[in-house]
Design a protein. Sequence first.
Length: 759
Amino acid sequence: MSTQTAPDTAQTDNRTAQVELVIGGMTCASCANRIEKKLNRLDGVTATVNYATEKARVHYPDTVAPSDLVAVVEQAGYTASLPQPPAAEPDTTEPADPADRLRTRLLISLVLTVPVIAMAMIPALQFTNWQWLSLTLAAPVVVWGALPFHRAAWTNLRHATATMDTLVSLGTLAAFGWSIYALFWGTAGTPGMTHPFEFTIARMDGTGSIYLEAAAGVTTFILAGRYFEARSKRRAGAALRALLELGAKEVSVLRRTGQDDWSEQRIPVEQLSVGDRFVVRPGEKIATDGVITDGASAVDVSMLTGESVPLEVGPEDAVTGATVNVGGRITVRATRVGSDTQLAQMAKLVEDAQTGKAQAQRLADRISGVFVPIVIALAVATLGFWLGTGGSVAAAFTAAVAVLIIACPCALGLATPTALMVGTGRGAQLGILIKGPEVLESTRQVDTVVLDKTGTVTTGRMALVDVVAAAGEDTGEVLRLAGSLEDSSEHPIARAIAEGARERTAGLSPVESFRNSAGLGVEGVVDGHAVVVGRPGLLADYALHLDDALQESLREAESQGRTAVAVGWDGRARGVLVVADTVKPTSAEAVSRLRALGLTPIMLTGDNATAADAIARQVGIDQVIAEVLPQDKVAVIERLQREGKRVAMVGDGVNDAAALARADLGLAIGTGTDIAIEAADLTLVRGDLTAAPDAIRLARRTLGTIKGNLFWAFGYNVAMIPLAMAGLLNPMLAGAAMAFSSVFVVSNSLRLRNFRPTH
């Protein structure tokens, strides 16, 4: 077994200044790339644009002003704003959610589109003047429903670029525009007109055909894809919000009222200053980073370190904001506030990890840089060819419209969302949440899985694992008396002992004269016995000395990374109680399954090497990295990546959040903290580590389906475009072929419902 400790890391930033811009107007990952390129062309500027959070982190020299950065983004066709200082009064208005706006646009378009398609495809529904009803219903869809695509296409046009938005806008407007022409200036508006269904356009003038169903259908299909994308993207910033919500909201600060008199004043935590003294009572969160000036207690630091054993603290000991005081009353002097606190620094780590993490671009977006201009050129060439060979203007324009319609990427728009919906739906049934399509590409090549110990491999809760009684003593009586006394304490170790005693003995007894010695143990009278439970030093103060056998039991427990407390009464040490964080029953099986997927498991923990090795041996892990500080977990992931490994990270604590975001694939245990869950790519809802190999298998299967969908969606376009150019495919048939390609993509995605977990 190899055990390593965390490396020392230091980060430097030679840039003069840094700013974070809020970006607006991006519609795809290629927009983020375009803004990045524009900003990076400035001398001395290094920029990273995060499409998910819609922010740009920019390092710039003295020669560049922040307003210059905003101007560059605006010149590229997008909006940018500098961070605003906090307002004196909080803004209680709720900003409109982009996903909600898209959902409204999608639902209205869907209601209007369904009858348009039905009337066009079912002759029995083509009553007198049905075409005018179709126009009435389709017009709002093409004009208002497709407005985001038209805006993006106009922006692209002004900057001499093209994306899928360009093709969607051109195709829908061309089909709609031709339909308007055919209705008002052709013969399509004649009462009693029925929709002809001809395979070719060679013998038709085109003025009797309308393509409103294609224009409205393409718009609605693409809106559906954008909605599901926006809904996934909306969660991207939740990790930072969840982390910042962990902090205390108010604090009891001490204010001087006289030369030697102090009074408590309740104030918002934002008003704390360095040097202020504040009071933290049992059960309260510590408001900010500081040093204890008075009192002693135990602090639950699990939200920070992930470790379940509380930290005993006293005067001059440092404490961290957002950790919980689980013992006595303490007074703390603030040493760091606001953005300087460890909690705020961890929030920055998560954001940095997310920003620096490569955002996998959709295959459709990557190809669109070539595909869209080619399609437009082919449509123009088709128009010119037909006109040049003596064809009518109507036939030439109809052929060009057919090219645009058959190339419209509705199947491409459905390829990712439908596979993702089915895959995530099936995953939810199995206790697996996949956050979005961009997280899937790394699953195929992941070769190393880093497992956090506490709460992931282990339960994350202290439990009684052993009771050792001195010679001649009854273990049940030792446990009963100790558990009765510990039941009056709120300390996590005490709760573990009391719970174990309640489960294993006939019942607990009442306690008299209970006294807590912070950091040492407890004492009191139980059934007439003066019982002491705690560290051997506390028992020694009462002349309760451990014999050689009990001392050996205590040393053995500590050598295994467990916590041992001594029990004594009536002048004699009676036993040793051992508590520990226990391994989850399924962890060993999960590690075996991960190996079967070709992954190398590594355990990562802030615990000491002895305890970590003991846990690793139980579950079959050979490599352990122990004694890792929270900020060093990211460094460990980065080191493994520099060694050429593709790393998956499984964790549950706040201290895991940045590492989960930095890893090639982050998997959060669903029973862990919200910040870890939000920072991860995949969430294992049921809290069972065996879900990790199932999650990787499902993610790989979903990615394979997405790629298959994209391949066949492009395949339809490639096969049908030549037919449309040759006049062998009229626009209506092009619309039908386009719809069939969508049906095929959806059907292929539905196969993911058959995914089964490994047993």
